[in-house]
Design a protein around this ligand. Structure first.
Ligand SMILES: C[S@@+](CC[C@H](N)C(=O)[O-])C[C@H]1O[C@@H](n2cnc3c(N)ncnc32)[C@H](O)[C@@H]1O
Length: 284
C-alpha cells in the first residue's frame, strides 16, 4: 500500500535514517538504534522547516553537499544528544570527593596551597561542574587549604551555551541543600521568571569548552586530579568506551580519580592500570 502523503513528509526512509545514524556514530560515537527514530524525526522537523526543505529526506539528501556541513553537523549533534543532568546527581560521588579523594590528593600534592584540577568531561549544562564547585568552595570555607579550577567539556554547543551562562530555572534546585541554595545562587530580579544564577565566585573557577570524546587527543592538562565521565559512555560501543577511558586516564595525575555513572561500573575491565575503589570510582 502507498504511504499517505503526510507520512512521506514526516518520516525518514530507512536509507536516510541509516545515513544519519552512521554519520552520528562515526563523528560522536553515539549509537542511534531504531528506537530513537521517532525522536530524531520529531526533533529534526524544526530544522528542516527553518532551512525550507520540503521534508526530512530532502534535508538528509542535501546534508553532505551542504556548504555549511559543519554547521549542520553541530545542529544534528544538539538534536541527538541526551543531555539529562542534575545538581548533586549520584550524590555519593560528591561525598567521596569531599571525604576521601580531596584529602588523599592534598597529601599527594604535598604543598600547603595545592591547585586542584577537576574535569567534568561530558558536562551537559554544567550542573556536575557547579556541584563540584559548591562542594570545593564549602571545603575551603571549612578550613581546607587549596585552590581549584574546574573544566567542563561537551560535544553539544547548545548545552555549553547554558553552562556558560549558569542560569537555570528554580525547579532544578530541588537536590541542592538549602544552605548551598542561599550561598551559591542569585535569584532573578524579576521573580516571575523563576530563574537563578550561579554566583560569580563559582563561575570564575569554572570554564567550559567544546570537546569531542571521540577525538584522537584531548587539549587538556595531563595532571588532572579528578575526572567525571558520567552517563555518556553508555551511548558508546564497547571498544569506543575502552579507548575513551584509556585516553581520559592518561590525563590523570598519578593517584587521580575517575568517576563514572552507576550504569557504567563494568567499563573499566579492559583498561590496564585502573584500580577500582568503589563500584563507580577508579584510581590510576
Ligand atoms: C546524559 S548527559 C550526562 C551529563 C552529566 N555527566 C551527568 O551525569 O549528569 C551526556 C552528555 O554527554 C555529551 N556527549 C555525548 N557524546 C559526546 C562526545 N562524543 N563527546 C563529548 N560529549 C558527548 C552529551 O552532549 C550530553 O550533554
Amino acid at each position: 500500500m502507498m504511504p499517505a502523503v503526510q507520512d512521506m513528509a514526516v518520516h525518514l526512509s530507512d536509507r536516510h535514517f541509516r545515513t544519519i545514524a552512521e554519520l552520528i556514530e562515526g563523528q560522536v560515537g553515539i549509537k542511534l538504534p531504531q528506537g530513537k527514530r521517532l525522536m530524531l524525526e520529531g526533533r529534526l522537523h524544526k530544522r528542516v522547516r527553518a532551512l525550507n526543505f520540503s521534508d526530512l529526506n530532502e534535508y538528509v539528501d542535501n546534508l553532505f553537499g551542504a556548504e555549511h556541513f559543519d554547521t549542520e553537523l553541530t545542529h544534528l549533534i544538539d538534536v541527538v544528544t541526551t543531555n539529562k543532568t542534575d545538581f548533586f546527581r549520584e550524590p555519593q560521588h560528591f561525598t567521596f570527593m569531599r571525604d576521601v579523594a580531596i584529602p588523599a590528593l592534598l597529601k599527594l600534592h604535598g604543598r600547603k596551597n595545592a591547585n586542584l584540577k577537576i574535569w567534568s568531561s561530558a558536562s551537559s549544562t554544567g550542573m556536575e561542574a557547579y556541584t563540584t564547585a559548591m562542594v570545593l568552595d564549602d571545603m575551603t570555607r571549612n578550613g581546607s587549604r587549596f585552590q581549584y579550577r574546574i573544566l567542563g567539556t561537551d560535544i553539544s554547543t547548545a548545552v555549553l551555551r547554558l553552562a556558560k551562562t549558569a542560569i537555570y530555572t528554580r525547579d532544578v534546585l530541588a537536590p541542592v541543600p538549602e544552605p548551598f541554595v542561599k550561598r551559591y545562587f542569585l535569584s532573578s530580579r524579576d521573580k516571575s521568571r523563576g530563574e537563578v544564577r550561579v554566583v560569580p565566585e563559582l563561575r570564575r573557577m569554572t570554564h567550559f569548552m567544546r570537546m569531542n570524546l571521540m577525538d584522537a587527543s584531548y587539549p587538556v592538562d595531563r595532571d588532572v586530579d579528578i575526572i567525571f565521565c558520567r552517563n555518556v559512555l553508555i551511548y558508546f560501543e564497547r571498544e569506543t568506551q575502552r579507548k575513551v577511558i584509556e585516553q581520559l586516564c592518561s590525563h590523570l595525575r598519578p593517584g587521580g580519580y575517575l568517576l563514572v555513572g552507576h550504569s557504567e561500573s563494568m567499563i573499566h575491565s579492559a583498561v590496564p592500570g585502573l584500580k577500582q575503589v568503589q563500584p563507580t570510582i577508579f584510581k590510576v
